[in-house]
Write a protein that binds this ligand. Structure first.
Ligand code: URA
Length: 210
């Protein structure tokens, strides 16, 4: 399928610009990640089926309302930077089950190392949405997709803030069924595997670490 949704909206462009700015404070950065995730979640859930019809009473009369039907959602932030996106996601889908995938990047090999996984028991029956702000080489996202697929997930999407073409190509090659929803696609990766122009290390900027 090779689906890439790069959301084109003035609010998103404005907030991504603030996010990139090196002078943006930790507090502001966190708030922007939250707001951008909410906007991207709105886009990523556009295809949720809502064919179920229920009769309800408004204060004035009886009418038919539509409800989201079909599979329930499991959201899985990739630790640690993905945690910064969780609240924004849950503010739109408060009933989602939450799974955690702990991966860190070996800074020499750039390969992901899995150190913690805790997923909802019924993940196979859910639409899975992974949260990771930066789709760089795609190594850790590909590992996270493999983790949820091994647990039985058959419908997987990724919400990222910024993606490099290399990471998009990697996910499209290894997991063509995974839809990627992003706020911006950048030029590429530098020699250290950072996205350029990017925003630096998303985890450090979210949590004020170095
Ligand atoms: N992870 C980050 O936090 N930033 C990048 O640019 C690449 C990977």
């Amino acid at each position: 399928m090779n689906d890439l949704v790069a959301v084109d909206h003035p609010l998103i462009r404005h907030k991504v610009g603030l996010l990139r700015d090196v002078t943006t404070t930790t507090q502001m950065f966190r708030q922007l990640v939250n707001e951008l995730t909410l906007l991207l979640t709105y886009e990523a859930t556009k295809t949720l089926p809502d064919e179920e019809e229920v009769e309800i009473e408004t204060p004035l009369e009886t009418t038919v309302a539509r409800r989201i039907s079909g599979k329930k959602v499991a959201v899985c932030p990739i630790l640690r930077a993905g945690m910064g996106m969780l609240d924004g996601f849950l503010s739109l889908i408060p009933g989602a089950r939450v799974g955690f995938i702990g991966l860190y990047r070996n800074e020499e090999t750039l390969e992901p190392v899995e150190y913690f996984v805790k997923l909802p028991a019924d993940i196979a029956e859910r639409d899975v949405i992974l949260l990771d702000p930066m789709l760089a080489t795609g190594n850790s996202t590909a590992a996270a997709v493999e983790t949820v697929k091994s647990a039985g997930a058959s419908s997987v999407k990724l919400i990222a803030l910024i993606a490099a073409p290399e990471g998009i190509a990697r996910i499209h090659r290894d997991h063509p069924d995974v839809t990627i929803v992003v706020a911006a696609v950048d030029r590429g990766l530098n020699e250290k595997g950072y996205i350029v122009p990017g925003l630096g290390d998303a985890g450090d900027r979210l949590y004020g670490t170095k």
